[in-house]
Design a protein around this ligand. Sequence first.
Ligand code: PFF
Length: 446
Amino acid sequence: MIKERFTRVGFILAASGSAVGLGNIWKFPYIAGDNGGGVFVLVYLFTIAFIGISVFIAESYIGYKTSQNSVSAFETLAPENKNIWKFGGFTFVTALAILSFYVIVIGWLFQYVVLSFIHLPASVAEAESIFMTLLTQDISSQIFYFIIAFAIIAYTVSKGVKSGIERINKILMPTLILILLGLLAYSLSFQSFFDAFSFMFYPNFEKFHTESILVAVGHAFFTLSIGMAVIITYSASMSQKTDIVKSSVIVALLDTVIALIAGLVIFTILFNAGYESSQGAGLVFITLPALFYEFGFVGNILAISFFISLAFAGITSAVSILEPGVRYIEETKNINRKQSTYVISSIIAIVGIFALLSNTSSYAELLTIGSKNIFDWFDYLSSAILLPLGGIITAIFVGFIVDQNQLKTLLLNYMSNSVYKVWLFSIRYLVPFGVGIVMIEKIGLI
Ligand code: PFF
């Protein structure tokens, strides 16, 4: 049984801390750029509203109703078929797979905070060489920063829901929001802000292609932290007074607004320097540092703020990714939270180091399987297959398996009957079919 619970604000901060992560600041702007800006944003907003929030509410329901770790929660809500449905709770394995590469990126961010103090690259070519050297040659400092990042994350989780998770989110989330608002205010002083604004919000339907929908759905799951037992686990510790619908909508809104702000800031800087919108994954670690350099001393401050905000966003997400596995071991294997945190963290850290090494030239060959190295496999398997699969399982579970009367009675406290019908339709049909198609399409793209 759950010993500690979040306060109401604490839950919203922790769940938004989970949702707002590298996905918002690093990934969203470049996929929006690659997919034509405004059209993508429109499709994305639609996806968040109809698929993302629906699954988020479903996961919150599972946690809220049971106050248990995700595996026991599935068992409790499907007493007749618990041996099958408990696998729905094991989707936290996806979270752990994500954690192994997510922390590597947080480690790079720590390194870039340090770099922003001492030396910004003077050109994109130099920036590229710095990043590629770090990625492919510099094993020791990558491991060093990886371990620091992991230690912070594990320590936080080991401290528990209130003194660990709630506390770190209460500090990092407001700081992150303030930094981003500061960067947004600064961007407003540039002419290119208006270009960035119209790029993000003017839907140019000529650029519309069906693939944008697939990318949007995949990203909606990643960005809202759904499909891998994270929201189920956090919700298991929410106060029983929480309005699970309202809190889901607030978290999704905050997540979306922060992604849009990050996009506006990044595109303003990019367009100001005459760059194209689609810069791919190298945007944050290659293009932006070189552009920050152009601003002189202000550039260092911008770079430091930018990378700190990314690192903060990453840490609060990583904490939430570790929690479901720890909670499961703690509750079912009868070992305390500290021990379970350190057991799981050590295993994932070792796996993570293999993923890290797979990017380096010395080990790339050894740690590449087929067309991808281990790092890329984890990224691919989790976001293309496991995450959507977790979402589909959760949706079918809540839509058909759990006691429908109890579900309806609880949710009608927080939504009208007609909204409930739309939500149920989405959970029963839209999510399984829509997300299923996305998955099939992505697997076909191997
Ligand atoms: N939502 C986080 C982001 O957008 O970066 C990432 C994430 C958090 C993924 C929690 C998975 C997860 F379980």
